[in-house]
Write a protein that binds this ligand. Structure first.
Ligand SMILES: C[S@@+](CC[C@H](N)C(=O)[O-])C[C@H]1O[C@@H](n2cnc3c(N)ncnc32)[C@H](O)[C@@H]1O
Length: 276
C-alpha cells in the first residue's frame, strides 16, 4: 500500500478473482483513491493470468493526482524527500508541514502527512484544506524505496487525470475493464450508530452523482466489463437491478473508518458486476 486511504480495497482482489477478465487491453479506474486495487492488480497479485498494463486512472482530488504524477516520474527523488520529512517527525513538525502543504501541495509533504496523520484519513474542510490532526502512533509504517519504484513502473502506461468520473468513462471503448469505487452511500438512514465517511473532498459525492454514475454504467454495460463497490443496502440494490443485467455478490467486512469504537462495525459490502 503506497497510501493509506479511507475505503481502501486491498482486501477486494481475492474476492473478485473470478470476475476479472482473462485479458485486459485497457483498464479504467475513475475513483482511484489510495489505488490499492490498482497496484495489486498491476503487480500480478492474482491467481489469474490477467494483469493491467495501460489505461486511465482518475480522481477529483488534485493533490492525490499530483502525488501519483510525481510518483510515476520521479519515484527515487520522491522517496528521498519524503524520508527526510519522516525522519524529522514530531507533533509540532506535522502541523508546520500541514500548513506548508496547504499552500504548495508538494507530493512529498502529501505522503508524509498521509503516513503520520490520525488514522490515515484524508479529509478536507469546505475550503479544500487538508485538516486531519496528527496521529498518535509511535511507529510510522512507511513504504520502501523498492515499493516506490514498483508503483512507478505500474503507472508507466497510465493516464493520470484529475477529473470527474464521467470524463474518464467517456473514453471507454469496447472490451475495457472498469472498476468503480465511489464514496459509499450514506448508511445513516439505516444505522443510527454509524456515520459513513464521505468527506474526501470539499464537495461530497451526492446521490445525484451516484445517479449519474448509474446512468453511465447502464450505457457501458453492453461493451465493457464493469465492477462496482458499495454498501449492500436497498438503496444501492435499487439502482443495480438483476433485470437490468447487474449481478450482486455480498461480503461482510469490519470497517475502521471513524477511528472510534462505534465506527468499527461489521458492514455488508456489495460487489456489483455485469457479464459480457
Ligand atoms: C472510496 S474512495 C476510493 C478508494 C480506493 N479504491 C482505494 O483502494 O483506496 C473514493 C474516491 O473517489 C474520489 N471522488 C469523489 N468524487 C469523485 C468524482 N465525482 N469523480 C471522481 N472521483 C471522485 C474521492 O476523492 C476518493 O478518493
Amino acid at each position: 500500500m503506497i497510501l493509506k486511504w479511507p475505503g481502501g480495497k486491498k482486501w477486494l482482489l481475492k474476492k473478485v478473482d473470478d470476475l476479472i477478465p482473462d485479458k485486459i487491453n485497457n483498464y479504467i479506474e475513475p475513483f482511484i483513491g489510495g489505488g490499492s486495487f490498482f497496484f495489486a492488480l498491476a503487480a500480478h497479485q492474482t491467481s489469474l493470468s490477467a494483469s493491467i498494463s495501460q489505461g486511465t486512472i482518475c480522481d477529483t482530488n488534485n493533490k492525490l493526482i499530483k502525488f501519483y504524477r510525481c510518483l510515476k516520474k520521479s519515484p527515487k527523488k520522491l522517496f528521498e524527500e519524503s524520508m527526510a520529512l519522516i525522519n524529522q517527525h514530531s507533533e509540532e513538525y506535522y502541523y508546520e508541514i500541514r500548513d506548508e502543504f496547504n499552500q504548495d501541495l508538494a507530493p512529498h509533504k502529501f505522503i508524509y502527512l498521509n503516513r503520520t496523520c490520525f488514522n490515515g484519513v484524508y479529509r478536507e474542510n469546505n475550503s479544500g484544506a487538508f485538516n486531519v490532526p496528527v496521529g498518535r502512533r509511535k511507529q510510522i509504517a512507511f513504504p520502501t524505496k523498492e515499493y516506490f519504484l514498483e508503483c512507478s513502473k505500474s503507472l508507466k502506461n497510465f493516464n493520470l487525470e484529475c477529473c470527474d468520473f464521467s470524463e474518464a468513462l467517456s473514453k471507454a471503448k469496447k472490451g475495457d475493464f472498469i472498476y468503480l469505487d465511489p464514496p459509499y452511500v450514506d448508511r445513516t438512514y439505516e444505522s443510527k450508530t454509524y456515520k459513513t465517511f464521505r468527506k474526501y473532498n470539499a464537495k461530497e459525492f451526492s446521490i445525484k452523482d451516484l445517479e449519474r454514475m448509474v446512468e453511465v454504467c447502464n450505457q457501458l454495460k453492453g461493451k465493457c466489463s464493469i465492477l462496482i463497490s458499495n454498501f449492500s443496502v436497498d438503496l444501492v440494490k435499487d439502482y443495480f437491478k438483476k433485470k437490468d443485467g447487474w449481478h450482486f455478490r455480498e461480503t461482510e467486512k469490519t470497517t475502521f473508518i471513524s477511528g472510534k469504537a462505534k465506527g468499527r462495525t461489521k458492514v455488508k459490502e456489495a460487489i456489483i458486476y455485469n457479464k459480457i
